[in-house]
Design a protein around this ligand. Sequence first.
Ligand SMILES: NC(=O)c1ccc[n+]([C@@H]2O[C@H](COP(=O)([O-])OP(=O)(O)OC[C@H]3O[C@@H](n4cnc5c(N)ncnc54)[C@H](O)[C@@H]3O)[C@@H](O)[C@H]2O)c1
Length: 250
Amino acid sequence: MKKIGFLGCGKIGKALLNYVIAIDDARVAFIQDPLFPAEEASCPVIRQTDSQFYRKADLIVECATADVLKANISTILDSCDLLMFSVTAFSDESFERQVLELCKRHGRHIYLPHGAILGLDGLCDARPLLREVRVTTTKNPKSLGLSDGKRTVVYEGPTRGACQKFPRNVNVHATVALAGIGFAKTFSRIISDPMVATNSHLIEAIGDGVQFSIQVESTAGEGVTGAFTPVSACASLDRVLEKKRAYLFV
Ligand SMILES: NC(=O)c1ccc[n+]([C@@H]2O[C@H](COP(=O)([O-])OP(=O)(O)OC[C@H]3O[C@@H](n4cnc5c(N)ncnc54)[C@H](O)[C@@H]3O)[C@@H](O)[C@H]2O)c1
């Protein structure tokens, strides 16, 4: 039975925590979160990194922020594998190099959930053929921490710059860049629109002999995470745990 540690337990973390509590294939080793109410947990809750807890886990599920992921990466990969949601951290080239070196040194794996991006496997498979990948996201200004009164293009350019400008809001762009042709070649467009109540993403990929587009829309709700991500996160965890379903989509 896999022992799972949670680094950050807000909207996505709580959905995964409740899921792990309900299944038989895993148990919660600890929760690290400065704000999680300890009285609501039936496992240790820690407020700061303590490597003793990490050493007892088989998998860390990170659902905090890119900065928190960066600050804890050595402790995590020193101890176990990682399923992480703050993908914008990878727009920092020196962080990506550090991660690759740590994985090689300790023989670890990092799992990249698709989040809201249907078809990420196809994008990854098409990588050798791809010439152009564009991601256009439209969100309400509140979801971007902005206060625009009318539809405004707030960023256009390489995905690396989008991640640096909106580290909490463009994990979709970071995930597409990592799966596809990288942070320098992927093109990001971010639109702030006070008339929308959804997070919508259009991914367009063009390559030698192949062309496709993916359109995803989910209700925004409170915070930075749309309605689809917490649900898809549980299915991603299933795949990491190799939980057997009757049908396997590969
Ligand atoms: N990969 C994707 O597709 C995708 C989609 C949506 C959101 N995200 C990202 O996933 C992460 C979590 O999203 P969320 O909606 O659950 O956010 P959230 O704000 O609801 O939860 C974040 C949690 O992290 C905790 N935290 C803050 N500092 C911490 C620290 N030093 N140590 C441990 N915990 C700490 C907070 O107390 C909070 O409970 C964010 O980085 C978000 O941008 C990724």
